[in-house]
Design a protein around this ligand. Sequence first.
Ligand SMILES: Cc1cc2nc3c(=O)[nH]c(=O)nc-3n(C[C@H](O)[C@H](O)[C@H](O)COP(=O)(O)O)c2cc1C
Length: 217
Amino acid sequence: MDDADSLDLASLREEYDVGAIDPDTMNPDPVAQWRQWFTHASESGVYEPNAMVVATVDEGGWPQARNVLVKGVDERGFAFYTNLESAKAGELESAQRASLLFSWLSVHRQVRVVGTVTRVAASEADEYFASRPRASQLGAWASPQSDLIADRSVLERAVTDVVARFGEGEIPRPPFWGGYRVSPVLFEFWQGRPSRLHDRLRYRWADASWHIERLAP
Ligand SMILES: Cc1cc2nc3c(=O)[nH]c(=O)nc-3n(C[C@H](O)[C@H](O)[C@H](O)COP(=O)(O)O)c2cc1C
């Protein structure tokens, strides 16, 4: 018996039947449409609706994907924060392209975004860092994100050092911590439908406007 049999993966399936995409009522501005779906996901109780997978490509050409939390969305794109010396940061800086994926599974939706990558301005990163809980600020200083560490005590010692360094005072943003913004050139809104005949609507930026196209599921 292989793993798939013992986990009974082959028989796990859901019927997607809670919604549909009517192209006539979709907002011609995909960011506005994303906001509407995000609000719906949030109000429907989707867990961490601001979680998104960020997909990059590493220097060996291997795709790499991980979740982050989107912290700002506007006409410039989707902003998130991270360690600027992490693996993802190197990949974002060298390719200057990324894909994002929002998986709002309990409402049978996903949204895919593809875009170009820029760094969030230092002033904006400062403002967001200042709004974070103190423990998260200390954690940002303490973790050499993506580096090899021997064990957890490395982190615990680093936190102790950072606490001693800053005392009760304000904790500034680490110079190695900041944000990236993905400015979309493509969106795909996906709504699960019965019989696997799902709705997919793509927004493609070309010739200075968004072009809306339906894709086969
Ligand atoms: C729900 C969720 C949210 C996360 N949010 C962030 C985030 O906002 N920023 C971040 O750097 N890592 C976040 N992480 C951790 C990343 O997935 C990842 O482990 C880390 O950033 C290191 O990735 P890298 O080595 O590819 O750079 C989150 C993980 C999960 C599961």
